[in-house]
Design a protein around this ligand. Structure first.
Ligand code: AKG
Ligand code: FE2
Length: 236
């Protein structure tokens, strides 16, 4: 069986970058096996794996629950974080360059984490989310301090259409001096979706400008929906 790094090696980097540049997101099909997804769901109740549980409605974040993993992260999550990041860093660096922002990101995830830790951001951010019937996730951005990477990833752990209905992943692009554009991304169990965390460059008639993006999940109409969120920066 192929491991995660082998699957990542098989991704066409140019296609991935082109998708991210054009739409602000990119889909990688079948990155986790059904067994890997089921194992993560099965461990939802293993409290020792997590550092914090958030009841979303208490903060007006939506309706549902999520748990932040503690260090050391489960192998599969550590591998995902380390192996996807190097594909994204060059895209992020190009985004900063075309937007005339001086920031550049290191080539390896380990170095990004070192920057986070120096800035006092030491808490791990990967999380597992669970939404039941009527659950949803209000539009938001996942920023946890001054050091942040402009893209993140989510893996769908449940099967759309059978484990749950509704619960679509939504991205909203807030265009400057224009009305917002919504995008719905359909993905299947085990697929990985990379998307913009805060802003990305869009080319206009006079060069590139910043476009803000937020993400969320539409209401789950039946069943139960689990996702694994992979955020690359750590939290304060
Ligand atoms: O459940 C989802 O699809 C979205 C989760 C989310 O907001 C995240 O991973 O940052
Ligand atoms: Fe999020």
């Amino acid at each position: 069986m192929m491991n995660i790094q082998q699957k990542i090696n098989g991704i066409n980097k140019d296609d991935l970058a082109a998708d991210l540049n054009r739409t602000g997101y990119a889909l990688v099909k079948g990155l986790l096996t059904a067994e890997e997804c089921d194992r993560l769901i099965g461990d939802y109740k293993t409290e020792s794996l997590y550092r914090k549980t958030v009841i979303m409605e208490r903060h007006q974040y939506g309706l549902g629950e999520y748990k932040y993993f503690d260090y050391p992260l489960p192998d599969v999550i550590q591998q995902l974080r380390e192996s996807i990041y190097p594909l994204l860093a060059p895209v992020a660096n190009n985004w900063m360059k075309v937007l005339n922002i001086e920031k550049q990101f290191p080539e390896q995830h380990k170095e990004l984490i070192e920057h986070c830790h120096k800035a006092g951001q030491v808490k791990p951010t990967p999380l597992i989310l669970q939404y039941g019937q009527s659950g949803y996730n209000a539009l938001h951005q996942d920023l946890y301090g001054d050091v942040f990477f402009p893209m993140q990833a989510v893996v769908l752990l449940s099967e759309a259409g059978s484990d749950f209905t509704g619960g679509e992943f939504v991205l909203v692009e807030q265009r400057p001096r224009a009305q917002s554009k919504a995008m719905v991304v359909n993905f299947a169990k085990g697929d990985l979706l990379v998307f913009t965390t805060n802003f990305r460059p869009v080319q206009g008639s006079r060069g590139y400008h910043r476009v803000n993006m937020r993400h969320g999940v539409s209401e789950v109409t039946s069943g139960s929906r689990y996702t694994l969120g992979v955020i690359f920066h750590d939290a304060k």
